[in-house]
Design a protein around this ligand. Structure first.
Ligand code: ADP
Ligand code: MG
Length: 246
């Protein structure tokens, strides 16, 4: 489980997260929805400490970190959070000069110090899982966006993270390619992968999410089950936003 509490993040004078509380239950998919600029990506980046919050706390896997600009968390705790999370980005962000297989083995070999053959076996297993085993030796540039994103999902899963963070995983894709990615993420959700996913894709969120949180102006306005949020939102701001989704 991951529990974020009172998370604040500023960029210069701009306070982007204003005390966000969010709990992600184990084995469940939590969708984070909200307008552009509401702070979704920043919140995901705070959850794996790609961004360091100014205030609040993070609990994950028995770790408990408090944020304070005057005392940064210990590097070993930052590393532990990074290892407990995997991130899937909107624009895939595969290493362009590595094959699909090497993209998946890279972190296992360089960060986790796995031997090459063990990393390769693990990577092949994950590429098979996302339907990309046949493209193991392909360069990212030769793959479709949907294929690249499936490799990126395999890469994010390589270290067996406790939490998979997905930042609008389908929004750079045409509907048909997005469907492949929805399929793969849906299968992972079915296996009980814990996910926190920012998305504008109503189909993705309503198919997969067990819990939906609506973020606006750096704060959670409303959260609940997908039916409650998509069909019967209580807050007028949620209702207005949900009407813009398709
Ligand atoms: P969303 O993902 O919901 O569209 P973001 O988290 O990307 O929102 O951005 C929230 C706000 O934070 C925006 O106003 C954005 O300009 C600002 N922001 C995000 N990252 C940075 C950064 N690295 N430096 C300065 N401002 C940033
Ligand atoms: Mg974003």
């Amino acid at each position: 489980m991951i529990r974020l509490a009172g998370i604040e993040k500023r960029f210069g004078g701009n306070t982007v997260l204003k005390g966000v509380d969010l709990t992600v239950a184990p084995g469940r998919v939590t969708a984070l929805i909200g307008p552009s600029g509401s702070g979704k990506s920043t919140l995901l980046r705070c959850a794996n400490l790609l961004e360091m919050p100014e205030a609040g706390s993070l609990e994950l896997e028995g770790l408990s970190l408090r944020f304070d600009p005057r005392s940064r968390p210990a590097p070993k705790d930052v590393l532990a959070v990074r290892r407990a999370t995997g991130m899937v980005f909107q624009n895939f962000q595969l290493f362009p000069h590595r094959t699909a297989l090497e993209n998946v083995t890279e972190g296992l070999v360089t960060v986790l110090r796995w031997p090459q053959d063990r990393a390769k076996a693990r990577a092949m297993e994950l590429l098979a899982k996302v339907g990309m085993a046949a493209k193991a030796d392909s360069w990212p540039a030769t793959l479709s966006g949907g294929q690249q994103q499936r490799v990126a999902i395999a890469r994010a899963l390589a270290g067996s993270p406790k939490l998979l963070l997905c930042d609008e995983p389908t929004s750079a894709l045409d509907p048909e390619l997005a469907a492949e990615v929805v399929e793969v993420l849906g299968a992972l959700a079915g296996e009980g992968t814990t996910m926190l996913m920012a998305t504008h894709d109503l189909r993705l969120a309503s198919r997969m999410a067990h819990h939906v949180a609506f973020l606006q102006d750096g704060g959670i306005v409303e959260e609940g089950g997908p039916d409650a949020i998509f069909r019967a939102p209580k807050d007028p701001r949620t209702a207005r936003f949900v009407r813009t989704l398709s």
